[in-house]
Structure formats: C-alpha cells, structure tokens
Design a protein around this ligand. Sequence first.
Ligand SMILES: [Ca+2]
Ligand SMILES: [Ca+2]
Length: 407
Amino acid sequence: MRRFLFLLMLPILACSGLNTPFPSTPTFDPVTETSAPPTAIPETPTPTPIPFTATPTIPPDASIFPSPEAYTWQLFVAGLQRPVDLQADGSGRLFVIEKVGRIRIIQDGQLLLTSFLDITDRVDNSGNEMGLLGLAFHPDYAQNGFFYVNYTGSGGNTFISRFQSDGDAANPNSETILLTIDQPYPNHNGGVLAFGPDGYLYAGLGDGGSRGDPLDNGQNTDSLLGKVLRIDVNNGDPYAIPADNPFGNEVWAYGLRNPWRMSFDRQTGDLYIADVGQDVWEEVDFLPAGSPGGANFGWNFREGAHDYQGTAPAGLVDPVAEYSHAEGGCSVTGGYVYRGAMTEWNGIYLFGDYCTGFIWGLINSDGGWQKQLLFDVDVPITSFGQDEAGEIYLLSDIGNIYRLVRE
Ligand SMILES: [Ca+2]
Ligand SMILES: [Ca+2]
C-alpha cells in the first residue's frame, strides 16, 4: 500500500520526455565508450558470400555497462489509464494492460481506440494493488488464440483465467477460470504471468498482504501465496500439475513477499524475479535455466539478504541484487534481459523502482553479479515490457510508455 501515497504525486509529474541519464552516476570507465573491439578488416578481395540460411550469430553478452548518457527513454505511447503490463503476441503488435480491466492494442506505435479485451465488469480495481495485473500469450497463440490474465475479482480474490481472441478482439465471454486464490488482504497480490522455456505457465503470487506475512504464507508450501506457481495449461482440465513440481501442487518456488514482476531471459531461459520488500530491502532473485523446483527465497525469515524475522533455516537463496530504501526507493519493478538491436546491452537485465524512477542494470560478469544505477526517469515505473525484437519499454503510472533508444 506504500504505492498509494505516490498516486497523490501523479498530477504534478510532467508527461514529456524523460531526462535520462542518472545525473550522479558513478564514474564510467572510459573503456566503456570504446568497447567495440578493433576488428581488423582483412584486405582479402572477393569475400566468400555467407548464405542467408546460416544460423544468425548471437552477439556475446555485455561484460560492462554501456554509458547511459548515450541513451534515452523515448516517449512511445501516451494517454493510458494506469498501464501495468506490456506484452507482445508475435504479430508485431504490443498489448498493454490498463489496471481497471482493459487490454489495449498498440499497432505501428499507435494506440488503438477499441479495447482488445474489456473485463471491467468483473475486475475489482478498488485497491492500489488490485485490478487487472498480468498478461501472457500462449506460445502457440497464433494457432489457438489463447492468452492468460491475472486479475483481482469477486471477493478481492485472485483469478488466473484463459481467454480466446479472434483477431483484433477477444471475447470477454470466452473466459475459462484456471485458478481462484483467496486473498486475505487487499495488498501483495503479485500479478505477473509468464510462459517458461518449458512451455509451462508461471505466475507470481504475493504473500497475501498486510505486513510481515502474518499468516506465514511465504514459507508454507501448502499455500499458493508468496510463491512462483508453475502449471501445465496444455493438459488436464483446466490444467495439470507438472510431474516435477517439487511439492505435488502448483508451487514451483517459495519464500516470496510480492513478486510483482518476473521474466525469463528469452535467450538463456534464466528466470529473474523481482520481489518487493517490506521496510528496507528491495531484491532481485535469480533461477538459472534448468534449476529444479523448490527454491526458497527466504521471506519472511529474510528481507533481501538480511534477517527479518525468526531463525532462518539453511538453504535459503539470497538475491543476486538488492537496494535499500535509504538509497532511494520503495518498491522494485522487475524488467527484462535486453536482447534487441543495441547489442552493447545484450544480456543486461534492466529493472527499476516505482517511487524514484531509478533504473539499474544487472549482469553476471567477472565471476559475479554487477549492479549499476544507470537512469533516473523521474516517473513511477509500474512495469517493463519487451517486444519481439527484444527491445525494452517502461510503463509509467502517469499513463505513458517509453522505449530505450540511442540518443
Ligand atoms: Ca492480498
Ligand atoms: Ca528473498
């Protein structure tokens, strides 16, 4: 509920382009400016033509952060009502969720007037952390038209449902409810949905709410709250539990407080989970591709990499990155690993903070995780998005979407 306070600030926030680079960014090694290897160009005449059928070369991951001064978050689309998620369906279009209960289409950079889906009739948007919160397209969406949403519905409870689209519109009556999860408090509902490289649908669920996880949901593997869930939507009715889920239920990973946003690296399959903290520490958790289920990310024994309550058992997985509220922030907003055309960003995970508009980069290089504050966009960041080309966008509570571009 901390976010509510910041809504009061919204009217005074400007809507123009974002003043990009973080002003007091720690000194950037000049080496970063000339990171392109001085490739010697052979003088050989007639180079052998490379057939277009060759496997495209995947650029290596960045080992250092690009200098942020050379980039900006350019206004992409304006005029949305509390946008909270952005997803690509594979057609070149982007789909943006408005928390009130609508999905809008962005085609060729234009926001279409007609909603793709409008389920405001069943979405409970009465709390700041309630509403239509997450969207994921089925990997075979082009064939089956299936997509999945996470919303707060009747009773303030969480609904994870499937809908079916027909071109530019989805039928609101096509809903099949997969899961209904009782919510004891209005906050900490999680909301993110994502398909993994294994074809299973993953969902981030918060601990249920209040503060400090009073019902101890995070550490209770019989509860679906405070978890990353993993279900097989291609089998069962309405879904099946994958045989290798660690506890025989929907739970894949646990010990989470409010995993509002998580994403898979589209190239490696690694999973990044941004878990919103309680009073002091915001964190990013990491599961390498191929990890078994059952990771315990610590809440509420731990907040970030610090003791919070009780005596922590062995085997907890600490975050790969964290920042404190004293550094400036209140609520981590998870992003994506960049995989677009600006290959100097390749492999860098970008994430931000709702309250400050700070954006950090995170990479695993030199044998460890490196985090660097890169941008201060001065708008509340509700979410990030990634298009089919791997480019990265940010969504702001003031109604705008911005795209990371070269200056
Ligand atoms: Ca809740
Ligand atoms: Ca944790």
